[in-house]
Design a binder for this molecule. Structure first.
Ligand code: ADP
Ligand code: MG
Length: 363
């Protein structure tokens, strides 16, 4: 299947790409107004667009082999049932809401970002879609605005309450650069990955069953802790001794957030001073995992075992769980060029421990 056969149209007029992402440091900090440090992964989403000639919007996802055809009237009325269609539809809607005219299009999407694995295929789809539309209709919007429109589309039309990290990372980072982002002010800078390093992401094979309820509970605990400490968000605390007065488990939850924010700041101070030691960066990742495990309590035995194996493997500078936790994936910073070799060793040991992992990035 391709654009031509699906839409019976010669060639797409534009093609746009956007990558998935993985967060290196700064976990569970975004809803505390804190700092994050994601980077783009090599897998990308590709969107091809041409003007439709029958006054209907047509979308097709190669990954899902699913087609959506929708007339202008239904479109205006917001009638969009297909789940994946809502992401694309949402992107078009938010652009229309700010006054741009987006006439009916044919949109073909294919992606090498795994869907629903925590590598943000959703943001990649949104950012690629808006990039393509910007190009086709010559819209005067910048990359930060793309991320903001994309986030709005996901919240309002796909109905996922997401922060802005994923869209900002997909829009502004690449595989050689990470994005330091202050999620409160959107102050940011793009920094090179520590020299000589590569990213290895391994899925633990454990589904994130408790992720939803656990996530909501942690959010509520953080809000409570901030309230008791008299601040708007935990981001406003940088002196970790201040959390000591809190009752348990709020003390440990807050301690994770405060120390995690400090770790992100420490990591980028190093980068700015042009002597990012890989060792230092790796140590911060290891400390992040310990904090997520012991203070924030969002790890599970499989993730701890996988991270432990990674941390003990030569060529690995640091490793931790990534994403919300309760299952899902790990991210490691490893010696450039050694990803595959390291992954094979690690997966073998992980297997001996009774689990089956899967390389998501670095194969
Ligand atoms: P993640 O963003 O971590 O991959 P999400 O649950 O946030 O996981 O987003 C996954 C959803 O995004 C999919 O279920 C689908 O609706 C949509 N999506 C992302 N990429 C594509 C694609 N290439 N084709 C169709 N739908 C996609
Ligand atoms: Mg997503």
């Amino acid at each position: 299947m391709n654009f031509q056969t699906i839409f019976n149209q010669k060639l797409p007029q534009v093609e746009a790409l956007a990558p998935g992402r993985v967060n290196l440091l700064g976990e569970h900090t975004d809803y505390n107004d804190g700092f994050v440090l994601p980077t783009a992964i090599p897998q990308q989403t590709v969107v091809q667009i041409g003007l439709s000639d029958d006054r209907m919007y047509h979308f097709y996802s190669e990954n899902l082999d699913e087609r959506v055809d929708i007339g202008e009237e239904s479109f205006r009325a917001g009638e969009m049932q297909e789940e994946y269609g809502r992401y694309i539809f949402g992107c078009i809607q938010v652009l229309k809401e700010v006054g741009y005219t987006i006439s009916p299009i044919n949109l073909y999407v294919k992606s090498s970002v795994p869907l629903g694995s925590g590598l943000s295929s959703s943001a990649a789809l949104e950012v690629a879609t808006i990039r393509g539309i910007r190009q086709l209709f010559n819209l005067p919007i910048n990359d930060v605005e793309i991320a903001q429109f994309a986030q709005k589309a996901e919240i309002q039309y796909a109905r996922v309450q997401c922060g802005i990290m994923d869209q900002m990372a997909s829009s502004l980072a690449d595989t050689k650069h990470m994005l330091f982002l202050d999620t409160r002010t959107l102050e940011r800078c793009v920094l090179p990955l520590p020299e000589g390093s590569s990213i290895l992401v391994i899925d633990s094979g454990v589904p994130r069953t408790l992720a939803g309820s656990g996530y909501n509970q942690r959010r509520a605990e953080c809000e409570q802790a901030a309230q008791l400490l008299g601040v708007k968000a935990l981001r406003d605390i940088s002196d970790v001794s201040l959390v000591e007065t809190l009752p348990e488990p709020l003390r440990r939850r807050a301690r994770h957030v405060v120390t995690e924010n400090n770790r992100v700041l420490k990591a980028i101070q190093n980068v700015e001073m042009q002597h990012v030691s890989l060792q230092k960066f790796g140590e911060l990742m290891n400390a992040s995992h310990a904090s997520l495990r012991d203070d924030y309590e969002v790890s599970v035995p499989a993730l701890d075992i996988l991270v432990d194996i990674l941390q003990k493997t030569p060529g690995v500078f640091g490793a931790r769980l990534t994403g919300a936790g309760f299952g899902g994936a790990t991210v490691a910073l490893v010696a450039a060029g050694e990803e595959k070799n390291i992954a094979e060793q690690v997966l073998k040991q992980y297997n001996h421990a009774g689990y089956t992992g899967n390389i998501l990035v670095g194969a």
